[in-house]
Design a protein around this ligand. Sequence first.
Ligand SMILES: Cc1ncc(COP(=O)(O)O)c(C=O)c1O
Length: 412
Amino acid sequence: MADKWDINVADRLLQLPPYFFGQLNRMKDEKFSTGVDIIDLGMGNPMEPAPKVVIDKLCEAANDLGKHRYSAPCGILSLRRELSQLYERLYNVTLDPDTEVIATIGSKEGFSHLCLAIMGPGDTAVVGDPYFPIHVHSVMLAGGNVINVEMGNDQAFLDRVKYVIEKTSPKPKVLILNYPHNPTAMTVDGVDFFEAVVDLAKQAGIYVIHDFAYWRTCFGDYKAPSFLQAKGAKDVGVEFVTLSKPYNMAGWRIGFCVGNKEMVRALGCIKGYYDYGIFEPIQIAATVAMQEGEPDIVQQNKLYEARRDIVVDGVRRLGWEIDCTRGTMFVWAKVSEAHLAGQGSIDFALRMMAEADVSIAPGRVFGENGEGCVRIALVENEQRLRQAIRNMDGALNKGIEAPTASKLKEKG
Ligand SMILES: Cc1ncc(COP(=O)(O)O)c(C=O)c1O
């Protein structure tokens, strides 16, 4: 059921599901106002600050009073050049900064506006389920339809996509992908998978949008491949990257859309109508992030990896099913039947907020296939993550004294 409105809003707003995190956040605020310490693992909102060198550059550039005017809607050339050079260094992919790169106000804005630019009534997008909600809602807001297929990261997933494309009339227009994936943290091994995607897209005559938000959030030896590394990828699609996650710049709102010239042009065209570009000092500081922020990325990933180990271990001790992830800032777990106690994941998450003072995201808000699962964001420090596991264990095993870390260890 959609949100209720007191004014006569457009139909496109009425089709959207109610915003679950609004309800969770209200509960959190109520508890917080009575002095309860909530451990918030609900959203992937990085806790650590942006690199100091980037903040210093922002301050310096903001003091240049010539840089306070409207900027370029597509991003200043030096910023787009820097991103091109980074793609060359990281992926050996050559991008023309003038035609194949556009800066966006975070990847969410870019993604939504690209959908608005290329999709409309009668157009269909194919999206894996579970999905990052924007991947579905942006298509709906653009007037398009969404067909979900069970999410995956292998040939079987591509076979499902192919089947749906063949069976749908009119033929779907866009395939939306996201690896490393939010919420499931699924990754793909190498470029082979994306080469199969390009083949499929060419055969089926559909466009590909790859949301590469977790391009740099990888652990151990794993390096997430870029879709654009696949031969012919630029013929069929684009990729979105963001500075929000790797450089802890979520509030700065800066990302990019790169790849297929015509798709980049379509996004640039619509952005020309909607916005005047990102505050220029932010663009200048973002350039420095890409030049000098590499050590900060390494350090941040180490933090996430250590947190992942704690949560994966803790969640296994709770008896939930979980795969150890090698990318993203999330852990995705299937809650045990005993702990779900006949509830859906939304009620379960609300219960964890009410009884364990822990905020987690219920899998159902990421699609039907997310039911029974929860997403835990690795945004709090190690001590608080351990506390969160203890709190949940205590709430789920009521009547039994909430176990200490050593008790949890004994149990494992
Ligand atoms: C898969 C995915 N895409 C896009 C975004 C939005 O990123 P940005 O801050 O660049 O808008 C997020 C943020 O959580 C995400 O997880």
